[in-house]
Design a protein around this ligand. Structure first.
Ligand code: 13P
Length: 249
């Protein structure tokens, strides 16, 4: 059975003090449910967040990692470093990493392998740009991103993969994919995985939607059959909005 997940990607927001405040507030307002809740603060706030959340059911994820275990990679962080502070989930392939830091499918495949080797869970992001959608190429693009970074994996690795479909045109723009557009793409993604692996495997993969999810639209998006939750940006920085989104399930 696949999990329902709501994950908050803080991006490059909140210093150490602001992070402690946000996490404390989240702990006050959060009520446990079937839905798994994850927050992804910046690197400098991971340790304090994971400590504060240690005895709660809220999990902490990193927003990125390097594929090497250690070495001369100035400014980078490895999976082992993340695990040493209790972080065992990592977001990979976010469109901002692809666009601003030139992360290619080939690089992401290396990061995926490194994370899995260290028993980390991956929230793997992908999604088409506006031009791709306008020209009707969204499925080709999405299929390519998934194939190139994930289809070399054995079926057994997929228990540690969560997918996040984030159409680039909907990120931080206030424009959301309609619930029907999201469902259509999520069903396509599940079919793509089924064709490569099996229907049992694809039925068990959680596929999150990301892109301007707010309390006002979360319920309708999450009600779609193949949408198993959300990857939330802006609204995750506001505890009231974030908890309202969690409760939308
Ligand atoms: P917004 O919710 O701000 O559109 O961001 C989505 C996102 O990029 C989450 O990773």
């Amino acid at each position: 059975m696949r999990k329902q997940i709501v994950a908050g990607n803080w991006k490059m927001n909140n210093d150490y003090v602001a992070s402690e405040q946000l996490v404390s507030k989240l702990l006050e307002q959060y009520t446990e449910s079937e839905t798994e809740v994850i927050i992804a603060p910046p690197f400098t706030s991971l340790f304090c967040s994971s400590n504060l959340l240690k005895s709660s059911r809220i999990n902490v994820a990193a927003q990125n990692m390097h594929y090497a275990e250690n070495g001369a990679y100035t400014g980078e962080i490895s999976s082992g470093m993340l695990k040493s502070i209790g972080v065992d989930t990592v977001i990979l392939g976010h469109s901002e990493r692809r666009a601003y830091f030139n992360e290619t499918d080939a690089l992401l495949a290396k990061k995926v392998d490194a994370a899995l080797k260290n028993n980390m869970r991956i929230i793997f992001c992908f999604g088409e740009e506006l031009l791709d959608r306008k020209s009707g190429n969204e499925e080709v693009i999405v299929e390519g991103q998934i194939k190139n970074a994930l289809f070399h994996l054995p079926a057994s690795a997929w228990t540690n993969i969560v997918l996040a479909y984030e159409p680039v045109w909907a990120i931080g723009t206030g424009e959301t994919a309609s619930p029907e557009q999201a469902q259509h793409m999520h069903a396509f993604i599940r079919k793509t995985i089924e064709n490569k692996y099996s229907s049992d495997l694809s039925a068990d993969v959680s596929i999150l939607y990301g892109g301007s999810v707010k309390p006002a639209n979360a319920k309708e998006i999450f009600s779609k059959e193949d949408v198993d939750g959300g990857l939330i940006g802006g609204a995750a920085l506001d505890v009231t909005q974030f908890t309202a989104i969690i409760n939308a399930f």
